[in-house]
Design a protein around this ligand. Structure first.
Ligand code: PLP
Length: 409
């Protein structure tokens, strides 16, 4: 008899974006003439840059000739890309990593979801709240999160990030947490962490033998020179942190699929009898067993982002989104709303007016301005009372949506 993994049944049935789509569709049925603009999308909209397209065409041609055809590549990724990563993403920041500490992947979602395989089922996990749902759901699926009670999982420590604490999560000093997920710049709040704050986390992790999973998917949106792009900018982080990168938001790779994970060789975790096991060989073993590498064409595309032309073109697209972000932030603030983020991230996190809540405001905005936002409570209990706007729309649509919001308010 095949018994099902019943932990899957604990997952909430309704997926946030499916709920939103249902409500938007209901609105469209009763308002067929309305032109709804979405500021809720978490996907990029601008096309791949020319340097990337050129590299993909070239790689495709190589695949078409017997002499240059490539089959399975290394599970860890091609050296040409891993070298480009070391040289461009880390060396300029004074971070020295070895080639075999870089694992190219097919996007950060896979690895942020898979990484928990390295740790025992009974570790406690901590998350900032609100949060990217993958971190929790992937732990629910194997039973590590416990049971859901009142919107929270029993084995998850929630660290609220709200306007009241300036979106700086409180370190669980009085409590030992085995594994902590951090995401900066943050999705959904668009807020960032200073070097000084991040240093406190690294010190906590070193003191408590806590493992940090650090998601740097939005690192390319940082403009403030004092904000760290990598946790390895903090001394000691190689002993306690795994870091995830993605080309999805950096270079519009959501449909191409490529990113990478850093597992330092200095990083180890404890066995039950107190031994130390390095995690780099473990992750390598896991990848070699379950992953057959990212496509050659995607990896050549990623390499092209690091060329002088590629860098400049990618910057331009990020600048385009960030112009939207600044517009959204200043318009919302100008209307008297409390709005956050949007300066080093493509997300704006807005407090809904008193007396409203996430879903009520979502509904009011949809019916009043025909604009879609994302209810903050969908990202965790501390997201209640907030909504998220994204800067990934076109300039024209963003401006139109903001004009409508102004009129509606
Ligand atoms: C979009 C996003 C990712 C990237 O996912 P990919 O699988 O690389 O497309 C990772 N983490 C967060 C928080 C994200 O919002």
């Amino acid at each position: 008899m095949a018994l099902v993994n019943e932990h899957f049944l604990k997952l909430p049935n309704n997926y946030l974006f499916a709920d939103i789509a249902k409500k938007v569709n209901a609105f469209k049925v009763t308002h067929p003439k309305a032109n709804v603009i979405s500021m809720g999308i978490g996907d990029v909209t601008q096309p791949l840059c020319p340097a990337v397209i050129e590299a993909m065409h070239k790689a495709t041609d190589e695949m078409a000739a017997q002499s240059s055809f490539r089959g399975y590549g290394p599970e860890q990724g091609y050296d040409f890309l891993r070298y480009a990563i070391l040289k461009n993403d880390f060396a300029p920041r004074g971070i020295h990593l070895d080639l075999d500490e870089i694992f190219v992947n097919d996007g950060a979602k896979s690895d942020t979801g898979n990484i928990q395989e390295l740790i025992r089922w009974d570790n406690s996990i901590g998350v900032t709240d609100p949060i990217y749902p993958v971190y929790i759901d992937s732990n629910v699926m194997i039973g590590r999160a416990g049971v859901q009670e009142g919107g929270k999982w029993s084995n998850v420590v929630y660290m609220p990030c709200t306007a009241e604490n300036g979106f700086v999560p409180q370190i669980p000093e009085d409590q030992h947490v085995d594994v902590i997920y951090l995401c900066y710049p943050n999705n959904p709040t668009g807020t960032v962490i200073s070097k000084q704050e991040l240093k406190k986390w690294v010190n906590y992790a070193l003191k408590n033998d806590t493992l940090i999973f650090y998601d740097a998917a939005y690192e390319a949106y940082i403009t403030d020179p004092d904000i760290p792009h990598s946790i390895y900018e903090i001394k000691g982080a190689k002993k306690c942190a795994i870091e995830f990168h993605s080309y999805s938001k950096t270079a519009g790779f959501t449909g191409v699929r490529c990113g990478y994970t850093v597992v330092p060789k200095e990083l180890s975790a404890s066995t039950l009898d107190g031994g130390r096991i390095p995690l780099n060989p473990l992750w390598n073993r896991r990848q070699c067993t379950k992953f057959n590498g990212t496509s050659y064409i995607s990896q050549r595309a990623a390499e092209a982002i690091y060329s002088p032309k590629g860098k400049e073109q990618v910057r331009r697209t990020i600048g385009y989104y960030m112009d939207n972000a600044h517009q959204i932030l200043s318009t919302l603030k100008g209307l008297g709303f409390q709005a956050y983020g949007g300066e080093n991230a493509p997300y704006i996190w807005m407090k809904v007016p008193q007396g409203s809540d996430s879903w009520k405001f979502f509904q009011d905005l949809l019916y009043g301005a025909h604009v879609v936002c994302t209810p903050g409570v969908g990202f965790g209990p501390s997201g209640e009372g907030y909504v998220r706007f994204t800067a990934f729309g076109s300039k024209e649509q963003t401006e139109e949506a903001l004009a409508r919001i102004e009129k509606w308010v």
